[in-house]
Design a protein around this ligand. Structure first.
Ligand code: FES
Ligand code: FE2
Length: 451
């Protein structure tokens, strides 16, 4: 196999199109895992999942198994889940509480920060066997930082800070947390997992794609439009039906009343789409009214007005996170192979909000994003079709040029589509992609800032 040169990579991303091999070439996928997932800040979980020293949960970065722990001193750690003896996975439970981690093969035992704690038959090892050496520890990921409870890690020992990486997109995380009357959220209700036969980039692309619902989600739009208003009265089903109906809004709505915003490092959000005023508030939902009362009691009317005027649907933090701040739902993208991707979806409880709000969040996730949902399954079918289509060896180029040159600069240093159907968010992700793959991130950001 021929090595991929920087020139190949450079030529594969053009201003308004990209080469299809970026979605289908296993060698490029390998490079992405090394240069993007091996360097970028990646979301790994939420602090509510490791509230106390000794708490841990498992995650993965691409195919690498990882353990996220809070050690005895309260510090967050991310460890490679690999025994330093002969390589077995050490921690097997998805989550839990432990004083130490013990490998069940030969009993090597580790502290919560990965340092070796005990080795059976220690006398049998050579004289230079050093139990204090990093070589006999579970390897730690060098950088772990959290922003308002959201934990990120980077496998690069140096580079921009998490705050620099998030930039203005930190305001989407703020929106998720600010909506909690007690100022805190917690991951709850388990996790949905689904795997599709397509490239990881397709998932992030789809979540800000305002041009696809009319076609892709046609069956649920039709069903929702035929549904009589008399039939549904419990809030959760009604919210989902409203969303399905709104997916069928005419292009004039998408083009004029929805917005797509992008920011440096590949981030973006789709705004003004299904906000509170179009869904829960529009239904005169009594639970939502109680929630507003709880929020106002803690934060005051002015702050609540400010919070509810933040109208974001999906926020994407490149390269592995997407969340819906107003519906407390979050998805983590785990690339497994060039044409295989795992997505894990989590829901969050707003502390201090009526419990029914959380039940609505779960019900909404079930209907719209569950693995058997009427909406998500359409998107999964599309990812699979893209996988099959690209493998047919047809046209070499993929067009991502809609809205090109009509994008406008926003006051926070990003680019905004003139209307929401611009493919600016895909071009923006490929700009970040180039930065990681060709080592141009810093230069690209400087150019953006000075443009
Ligand atoms: S492989 Fe873990 S103790 Fe031997
Ligand atoms: Fe969709």
């Amino acid at each position: 196999m021929q090595a991929i040169s920087p020139n190949d990579l450079d030529a594969a991303v053009q201003p308004a199109r990209v080469h299809r091999k970026l979605y289908s070439d296993p060698e490029i996928f390998k490079l992405e895992m090394e240069r993007i997932f091996g360097h970028a800040w990646l979301y790994v979980g939420h602090e509510s999942q490791v509230r106390n020293p000794g708490d841990y949960f498992l995650t993965q970065v691409g195919r690498k198994a990882m353990v996220v722990t809070r050690d005895e001193t309260g510090t967050l750690r991310v460890l490679h889940n690999q025994c330093a003896h002969r390589g077995a996975m050490v921690v097997a439970s998805d989550c839990g509480h432990a004083k130490e981690f013990q490998c069940v093969y030969h009993g090597w035992t580790y502290h919560l920060d990965g340092r070796l704690k005990a080795v059976p038959l220690n006398h049998g090892y050579p004289q230079d066997f050093d139990t204090k050496s990093p070589r006999t520890a579970m390897t730690q990921v060098p950088r772990v930082e959290s922003y308002r409870g959201f934990i990120f890690m980077s496998q690069a020992a140096e580079g921009k800070s998490l705050k620099e990486h998030l930039g203005y997109m930190a305001t989407s995380i703020d929106d998720m947390v600010d909506r909690a009357p007690d100022g805190e959220i917690e991951a709850a209700g388990g996790v949905f997992r689904h795997v599709y036969n397509g490239n990881w980039k397709l998932y992030l692309e789809n979540l800000c794609d305002a041009a696809h619902p009319w076609f892709t989600h046609r069956s649920s739009i039709d069903a929702a439009q035929q549904q009589s208003d008399e039939v549904y009265s419990d809030g959760t089903g009604e919210i989902a039906i409203r969303q399905m109906r709104q997916n069928g809004a005419p292009y004039s709505f998408w083009e004029n009343q929805v917005g797509i915003w992008t920011y440096p490092n590949g981030h973006s959000y789709l705004g003004d789409y299904h906000d509170d005023s179009k869904l829960v508030a529009a239904m005169q939902d009594p639970v939502f009214r109680d929630y507003i009362a709880a929020l106002e009691a803690k934060k005051g009317k002015d702050e609540v007005k400010r919070i509810l005027e933040v109208r974001r649907w999906n926020s994407n933090i490149y390269p592995n996170l997407s969340f819906m701040s107003s519906f407390q739902q979050l998805r983590v993208i785990h690339p497994l192979a060039v044409n295989r991707t795992l997505v894990c979806t989590y829901n969050f409880r707003l502390k201090g909000a009526p419990e029914q709000m959380f039940r609505n969040t779960i019900a909404f996730a079930n209907i719209v994003n569950g693995t058997g949902s009427l909406v998500l399954t359409d998107d999964l079918e599309i990812y699979n079709r893209i996988g099959i289509g690209l493998a047919s060896d047809g046209a070499d180029w993929i067009e991502i040029g809609r809205g090109y040159l009509s994008d406008v600069r926003d006051e926070h240093g990003g680019l905004k589509g003139k209307n929401s159907t611009s493919e600016v968010y895909i071009r923006n992700m490929f700009e970040a992609w180039r930065g990681y793959m060709l080592g141009e991130t810093a230069a690209a950001n400087e150019m953006k800032a000075s443009a």
